[in-house]
Ligand binder design. Sequence first.
Ligand SMILES: [Zn+2]
Length: 627
Amino acid sequence: MEILDTIKNRLSGKIKEANFEGANIVLYTDNEKFFREGEKEVKRVVDEIKKRIELRADEKILPSKEVAEKKIKEIVPVDAEITEIIFDVPRSIVVVEAKKPGLVIGKMGSILDQIRKETLWTPQVQRSPAIKSKITENIREVLYANNTYRRKFLNDIGKKIYHEWNPEKMDLWVRLTCLGSGRQVGRSCFLLQTPNSKVLLDCGVDVSSQGADRFPYFNIPEFNINDLDAVILSHAHLDHCGLLPYLYKMGYKGPVYLTAPTRDIAALLNLDYIGVAYKQAAAPLFSSKDVQEMVKHSIALNYNEVTDITPDIRITLYNAGHVLGSAQVHINIGNGLHNFIYTGDTKYGYTRLLDPAVNNYPRVESIQVESTYGAKEDVLPPRRETEKKFLDMVRETIEKGGKVLLPELGLGHAQETVLRVEEAMRKGDLPKVPMYIDGMIWDVNAIHTAYPDFLSAKIRNEIFQDKNPFTSDIFSRVGSPQERKAVIEGGPCIVIATSGMLVGGASVEYFRNFADNPNNLLILSCYQGPGSIGRKLQEGDTNVKVEIEGGMQDVEVKMRVELLAGLSPHSGRNELISFFNNMRPKPKRIIINHGEVSKSLDLASALYKLNRVETVVPRTLETLRLR
Ligand SMILES: [Zn+2]
């Protein structure tokens, strides 16, 4: 490769090997003195070629893992509480996992620097999750077990990015095809094309639909899985990521760009989705092997980190405020000739978990926005009022000796609720009773504790000060049928379980057992799809049919049922409008999707009137020319 040869020549004789890691360039040297002191020389080359370069030691000069591990333990203060030291041998990297990563880094990176100079291994630091989770451990295993493959995979991506790198001669056009989520919620998927690139934005399913309507349209002439350069995931909800493992099953071998929490949660929710299919006696579309492939090909980015992904596309992720790790994708096409922002789902307002979505960008010509709550009447009630209503109802129930059931979505909703209850019990606003967290929600909570950097400033500070709300002793995990039985037969408590619509999942089991006691309380706070038990209860039915092994059971509902709107992780109508009022710079075109047709059109006309910019509401299968 030309660029690598140029670099090697500049650093004549000191570089044994030069490689790509995605868009980054990594040099390996077997010259110990140069490894320790070559910084300045490398910096000169960086200034010249304007690309990130990392210098690492070649395998030949590295001390053994045992020697390095011993040294690292001597250098790092005991207070850092190292939990694991992992060696990525093919890349000369050592990952130090610790409870207090700040102490492994040291002042201005001094401790890391010392590790690097004394062991020659290149150190990286990782926070040990405050709650242990099998899924995060498995994901890290998949990544490390395949590190020889990943080194080659990342190098191949770099070759593709730097091949044809010639921004001047570009004759640029940009087309955006809607493969799903046009005028509907569900199966989010767009294909972005330029003369040099084909990139997929999200790859979701529509869980509430049947048959082919569940999936985006891939059987169209402009989509060929072998030509796909990259996939970018905005966040881990299944309507944005639930079909991605299937692409790998069908032979896609390219990268998926996302944040680390999105990678972990997407893997978890997709594995859970396989399990749900089995329980419904349906054949799952893909297996855990395909979920592993997805993880193996993932490239995790932090917010605000700029990276090239093809010869003419450069992306930067920004906080979307929607769920942990959710990202808006700023897509710089043709070295600034067109800038498109794919926002995915956003929340432009404070929640307990996250800061509001970013709406200041370096440059923007066109932007996509969701319209889940896009209609005039979709103004969400004030959060504080809704939270008070919630706490009042829960308190009344506990004081009467009843049990509270909260069916919730596994990601987003559930963690907001967990934090609300924790705070109320800590401050004495709720009597202290156990809160039982069933199954998958526990794992999603655990993933939250591994990535405090992606949480709101407030929660992050609490975690850094050892006041992690997720590890409060009011929470107990419920995993087995025996444990579930004990909760059902026990005293006053709060139970949180999936699914949010009472369709499959543990929430149905609790509902069936809690329903006949008028002292118990059920709070429905998520969207309730047509036909679901949740929707029936929402409409006032007091007799519903519940599926239990091998048959249906009639359930007479005597428990108190309450609805709670206003805690959505999506922007309400007002938040969508003010997102654009305060957005800098102003876009030239707004593309609206992810909403029922009337809501999308309503939002489009309001945004047009307020901002005097073109608004478009594409149907699925329509293509827009962005430039
Ligand atoms: Zn979402």
